[in-house]
Design a protein around this ligand. Structure first.
Ligand SMILES: [Ca+2]
Ligand SMILES: [Ca+2]
Ligand SMILES: [Ca+2]
Length: 423
């Protein structure tokens, strides 16, 4: 899709010029050679394999993408004193890297943005080693978009303060960190996402941050902001880290720093504090069962078991009866993709449903009839969601709905919920 869009854009931008696709290794032996030979709007397609090199985008507005995805396409550093991929020549959001696994960075970032704002998406970062002040993805004075990446099994040197994603410095617009999964990173003082001296607030949304442990339990957290213009920390699930969310964006005399906005998050089972927010506005969070609970709940905050699908196996989706469903900020700006009020946490519970599909299997068949009979007569489980069992669209769920479904499934009767008369 993206390459088609790029081709389309290129036709408009350059008239008769057509954007090229450069294949690695078929056309160019290395990814860097592919980038060196690319022109603006070109795409570099990288075949599955292990590539040992350091990659620089050279300021080019191009898409570099694996054809097989991150599970089969690896980049390891040839020179461990350099980032594996760097953006240091004015790149903006027309520069995109997509679908690689970066591994074995040693004391330097795996991905580095210096005064640049690329898209880093659908990539894995693993088995990297961090030293003090380092990060796996490090963006300075950047409005990078860091989306749908996974960072796991990285380690910090003993007593090193480090981050999986570190945002710092002045930037013309806000960096975005969205839908990333950050887990099982250990050692030193580990932070999942850090905003440090950030001149423009970051948007940190729908990230899943769990199981990141510092050697020193007094330091490290899932998300930390410090001395920064207020960021938006919205709809993240921050579970079982050393600490949850820490925000110390104190108002300075010379700068009227905006408050950090922390809402719709699930912050649970962290070893020390769940939320430690000295200057933030926070509400609509579920702050549950953290080791230290000093914080007073805001009016719409709750402290109840979020009822994850399977926390023991790190499935942090919500059960149908989770108290986090539709308990987030009701403002339409936060609505879930199903159109309902925001849930708390990174993974919303999809309330859209197929009428008559009482067992939520994505089809209406005899199993739903049996399910409804169980529910009505034998205290079986409730339809998922409840409304899906109301096949005749009349009042409550009762035997009439079973009859309606039998008629539909076996006798070609009208489909469930049609006609569904308003009111
Ligand atoms: Ca919802
Ligand atoms: Ca079904
Ligand atoms: Ca009914």
């Amino acid at each position: 899709m993206t390459s088609k869009l790029l081709l389309f854009g290129a036709l408009f931008t350059y008239g008769t010029c057509v954007a090229a696709i450069i294949s690695v290794p078929a056309d160019s032996a290395s990814i860097q050679a592919g980038i060196s030979g690319a022109s603006a709007m070109d795409t570099v397609h990288v075949a599955p394999g292990v590539y040992i090199e350091n990659v620089s985008f050279l300021g080019k507005a191009i898409l570099v993408r694996s054809t097989g995805g991150r599970d089969s396409t690896f980049i390891e550093p040839a020179d461990t004193s350099l980032a594996i991929v760097s953006f240091s020549s004015g790149e903006d959001t027309n520069s995109t890297i997509d679908g690689f696994t970066f591994r074995y960075a040693r004391g330097v970032p795996a991905a580095s943005c210096s005064g640049t704002s690329p898209n880093i998406q659908n990539c894995d970062f693993t088995e990297c080693r961090a030293s003090t002040g380092s990060a796996v993805i490090k963006c300075d004075s950047s409005a990078a978009r860091i989306i749908s990446n996974r960072i796991y099994a990285c380690r910090g040197d003993s007593s090193a303060e480090w981050a999986c994603i570190r945002l710092s410095g002045a930037s013309v617009s806000s960096p975005c960190v969205i839908e990333n999964s950050i887990h099982d990173n250990l050692g030193g003082m580990v932070y999942g996402i850090v905003c440090a001296n950030l001149g423009s607030g970051a948007l940190i949304m729908h990230n899943l941050i769990w199981g990141n442990y510092s050697d020193d339990p007094a330091l490290g957290s899932g998300i930390r902001t410090a001395q920064s213009i207020g960021s938006k920390i919205i709809n993240n699930t921050v579970v079982a880290n050393t600490r949850g969310i820490v925000s110390i964006d104190r108002k300075k005399v010379a700068f009227d720093f905006d408050s950090t906005d922390i809402r719709n998050n699930i912050i649970a089972y962290n070893f020390m504090e769940g939320l430690d927010a000295i200057s933030s506005k926070h509400d609509y969070n579920n702050i549950f069962n953290n080791g230290v609970e000093p914080w007073e709940l805001a009016p719409r905050e709750i402290a109840v078991d979020p009822l994850f699908v399977d926390a023991a196996n790190h499935d942090y989706g919500l059960q149908p009866i989770s108290p986090c469903i539709n308990s987030g900020d009701p403002d339409s700006a936060y609505h879930d993709p199903d159109g309902s009020c925001a849930d708390m946490g990174a993974l919303y519970f999809d309330l859209s449903f197929m009428c008559g599909d009482a067992n939520n299997s994505d089809e209406v068949d005899i199993d739903d009839i049996m399910y409804l009979i169980e529910y009505i007569f034998s205290s079986g489980s409730s339809p998922i969601p409840y409304e899906s069992g109301n096949a005749d669209c009349l009042e409550m769920i009762d035997i009439d709905d079973v009859v309606y479904l039998i008629n539909y499934v076996f006798s070609g009767g009208p489909p469930p919920c049609a006609p569904c008369s308003p009111g």
